[in-house]
Ligand binder design. Structure first.
Ligand SMILES: NC(=O)c1ccc[n+]([C@@H]2O[C@H](COP(=O)([O-])OP(=O)(O)OC[C@H]3O[C@@H](n4cnc5c(N)ncnc54)[C@H](O)[C@@H]3O)[C@@H](O)[C@H]2O)c1
Length: 330
């Protein structure tokens, strides 16, 4: 399989660019490749944070198009006008709890939206398609199992969200095998850092603690997640675009396995708040016990490994949200 290291790409179409990881990826791309032509695409759902990328659009450092990836006609127009060399697909419905309430939307966006993008990429002979996926496609390890998932492990998703992401991966790989489309997939662990929606664990805990509101914890809170700082994941994605082998999947782990309860107590400690804010609530159906990723392949083939100290990054993240909450109160 061909290594893409020497190939140059000019135009990047970044979908879901106004979301949490997408907006961090835009910032990283501007820092690392200021000359790159970037077309940011987003449907601007409730989960988006357009304010983050708006200044770059206003300064004409990137262009922005409001587009729903579920609409093939809209997408076709974007491809006709922008002619991307690379598609980086972050666009998705991403909240597991919402996927349990409204699974159809998750399959429409995450699977059919991805297929619409793949079809445009095939027709327009896009040079590379990166699908941003998740460790949740592997399903759960039990708490007493010390294995880590590798890229060749069987996919066994538990929630409508993770099933939709696994479905999208299958479509991406089928486009590679059937149409020879150049594709790469990253599966990252839980991201944390700036620009995330307050519905997600870390921002929610910070906000509730800030307002001295109860913090709901599913079940016993012992469920383990691996955490990666969002800028590290953005960098890994960029490196996989440059160096990943076509048709391959790359795990992107943070090497920070923590229980949800540990994370919550840590944040409360840093913010000087009492553990009494914690309120145990009925567990989420199909709640996975433990996610853990082996990133040996990504380290050896891509040369990527996460940087920085987890606790310092958590402090930085707390400072970011507290500042934002204080500003909103003024
Ligand atoms: N956040 C994590 O911890 C994590 C971990 C692993 C993988 N991922 C994956 O990374 C990607 C980005 O996740 P995120 O946390 O930034 O999610 P997010 O919910 O913050 O952002 C998703 C973005 O996609 C946009 N979007 C939704 N539906 C769309 C549609 N139909 N057309 C166009 N845009 C649409 C939203 O407006 C939003 O801006 C997702 O594919 C997710 O599955 C996330």
């Amino acid at each position: 399989m061909e290594n893409k290291r020497d190939m140059t790409y000019e135009t990047f179409l970044v979908t879901g660019a106004a979301g949490f990881i997408g907006s961090n990826y835009i910032e990283l791309s501007l820092e690392k490749h200021p000359d790159r032509r970037v077309v940011a695409l987003d449907a601007l759902t409730y989960a988006s944070t357009y304010d983050v990328i708006k200044p770059y659009v206003d300064e004409k450092l990137i262009s922005f198009v409001k587009c729903d990836i579920r609409n093939p006609g809209q997408l076709e127009k974007v491809f006709d006008e922008s002619r991307p060399d690379v598609v980086v697909n972050f666009a998705a419905e991403s909240h597991v709890d919402s996927s349990i309430q409204n699974p159809s939307l998750f399959y429409e966006t995450n699977v059919m939206g991805c297929i619409n993008l793949l079809e445009c990429a095939r027709k327009h002979k896009t040079k590379r398609f990166l699908q941003v996926s998740t460790d949740e496609v592997y399903g759960s390890l039990s708490l007493d199992d010390d294995r880590k998932f590798t890229e060749s492990d069987r996919l066994s998703p538990s929630s409508p969200y993770s099933a939709s992401k696994a479905g999208a991966e299958m479509a991406v790989l089928a486009y590679h095998r059937t149409y020879d489309l150049d594709v790469v997939i990253t599966r990252s662990s839980n991201n944390f850092g700036p620009h995330q929606h307050y519905e997600k664990l870390i921002p929610k805990v910070i906000r509730n603690a800030f307002f001295d509101k109860k913090i709901p914890v599913y079940g016993t809170g012992e469920n383990i997640r691996d955490w990666i700082f969002v800028k590290d994941n953005a960098l890994a994605i960029d490196e996989v675009i440059e160096k990943g082998k076509s048709g391959e999947v790359y795990n992107v782990g943070g090497g920070n396995e923590k229980s949800n309860l540990w994370i919550i107590r840590k944040i409360l400690g840093i913010m000087g708040k009492s553990d009494e804010l914690i309120e145990f609530v009925e567990d989420r159906p199909g709640h996975d016990e433990r996610y853990a990723l082996s990133d040996m392949k990504t380290r050896s083939e891509i040369g990527f490994s996460p940087t920085g100290n987890f606790e310092e990054r958590l402090h930085e993240t707390i400072r970011y949200y507290v500042k934002k909450l204080e500003k909103a109160l003024r």
